[in-house]
Write a protein that binds this ligand. Structure first.
Ligand SMILES: [Zn+2]
Length: 468
């Protein structure tokens, strides 16, 4: 199977030029002007952009949470991703209490079996080093291609780890060349605030934000940065939502420390006031960290523009508003935390980042594809357009007008965070390793086409072929 993409404007984190791309057997083999080759499939990309397939470093598919399970499994979640121009993502395995890491990895890979539409890797969320996995087992995960460890500093009584577990994991990461990721919020303080609010009868969705003030995120971010410094491991702070967390990351990066941060699409658009929407509609916006005061949005745009924050993910963690979010009708702390977003990241950041003049096209590619690929051991097979890279490509029509709505999105969730937003610019053809996934607004490929990707250790390049 070979494919020729003719005359597109090729955009990478560094380049911007018009050329043809030829791919054979899953890999880009030629890039040049007016290539004189024949191919099984020819795509005319004149007037269009050609970007590397986007990489989402933060998603939750088929994940148990708060007595229910996310509504998107691997198939529906990855279908939504494909329509949005994302061809690879790294999902979170949550170590079940008492389970070994090997058991957790097997369980998660089993859930993806036969359902994969795009390529994927896994982070391991460490929840228990006492009865379940051991430090030795944790150290062996990078050999399986799981090269990042995630720790929750919040969700007390469920996913939260203490500082000892956090620090021991950091020490293992320093040894094995893994990247440590933290959900940075002070779970102990939040637990006190939540209990106090509920005791006072404050049960509505907006108390989700009022019991998780931005200082609790700032404190935990700084604590993780300082501990990572002591352990000597690289650190990646997920879903940064506010100035209080941006500032310690900016300071650490200014000092040249190995600290990176991401934010998520929704933090640029959804603010605290959404949580106050009447008739329980605010529950749609209950995710963690919560939507913040609007002035944080300018801080986040500036942070992604200046590389204080290095990636934009979705933290896709979809639930039904009607039937799942309603578990917390009478108690905000029982509302499952999370929202859909995998499909709309590229459209939204292109519209409000690039078209609004906040970031360049190159920076868009860097934030959504190249940096995540580099940070998570997927580069240069993923995250760029180059000879030797996987032919994961998005032919993007910068003129296409789309209204984002749950009525036409591909997540199984019954609402969309950006409902009614009009954007100009949307993926037209999406390819995974040279095979067409999406064309003419239809999923062309069958589930099962996607693969598990064994990722390289932090700072190392992924050169070998993705194993089948
Ligand atoms: Zn998450």
């Amino acid at each position: 199977m070979s494919v020729l993409i003719k005359g597109g404007r090729i955009l990478t984190a560094a380049d911007d030029y018009v050329a043809d791309i030829y791919a054979e057997d899953e890999t880009i083999t030629l890039i040049g002007e007016a290539l004189d080759v024949s191919a099984d499939k020819v795509i005319d990309a004149s007037g269009k952009y050609v970007l590397p397939g986007c990489v989402d470093p933060h998603t939750h598919l088929d994940m148990p949470f708060g007595g229910t399970v996310t509504i998107d499994d691997v198939e529906s979640g990855q279908t939504a991703a494909a329509f949005g121009g994302t061809t690879c993502h790294v999902d979170f395995i949550i170590q079940p209490q008492g389970a070994t890491f090997a058991q957790a990895l097997e369980e998660w890979r089993g859930k993806a079996e036969g359902k994969q539409v795009i390529d994927m890797g896994y982070h391991m969320a460490v929840t228990d080093l006492k009865e379940g996995g051991t430090l030795e087992e944790l150290a062996s995960l990078p050999d399986e291609g799981v090269t990042s460890y995630k720790l929750f500093m919040a969700y007390k009584g469920a996913l939260m780890v203490d500082d000892e577990t956090l620090f021991r994991t950091m020490e293992v990461a320093a040894e094995t060349g893994a990247l440590v990721m933290v959900h940075a919020e002070n779970g102990d303080a939040i637990d006190v605030l939540v209990k106090k609010a509920l005791a006072e009868g404050q049960t509505e969705p907006h108390y989700h934000a009022l019991t998780r003030p931005p200082e609790t995120e700032g404190e935990a971010t700084n604590r993780a940065i300082q501990l990572a410094r002591v352990a000597g491991c690289p650190l990646y702070v997920v879903h940064v939502s506010c100035k209080e967390a941006v500032e310690p990351i900016a300071l650490a990066r200014e000092k040249g420390w190995d600290v990176w941060g991401e934010t998520c699409t929704q933090y640029f658009f959804v603010d605290y006031s959404f949580l106050e929407r009447p008739d329980f509609e605010g529950a749609k916006y209950v995710y963690t960290p919560p939507p913040r005061a609007k002035e944080n949005q300018a801080v986040l745009w500036n942070a992604v523009r200046t590389d204080v924050l290095s990636a934009i993910s979705t933290d896709h963690c979809a639930f039904l508003w009607d039937g799942q979010k309603t578990l917390g009708r009478d108690d905000f702390s029982k509302i499952p935390n999370g929202a859909p977003g995998l499909e709309n990241r590229l459209q939204m950041i292109h519209e409000f980042g690039v078209r609004a003049g906040r970031i360049s096209l190159n920076r868009l590619v860097e934030l959504l594809a190249t940096s995540p690929a580099k940070l998570f051991g997927l580069y240069p097979r993923k995250g760029t357009v180059a000879v030797g890279s996987d032919a994961d490509l998005v032919v993007f029509d910068p003129e296409k007008q789309v209204t984002i709505t749950a009525a036409s999105h591909h997540s199984k969730s019954d609402y969309n965070l950006f409902e009614g937003t009009e954007v100009t610019g949307s993926p037209e053809v999406v390819l995974l390793r040279g095979q067409v996934l999406v064309e003419n607004d239809e999923l062309v490929a069958k589930p099962g086409i996607g693969r598990y990707v064994a990722r390289a250790r932090f700072g190392k390049e992924l050169r070998e072929r993705v194993p089948a």
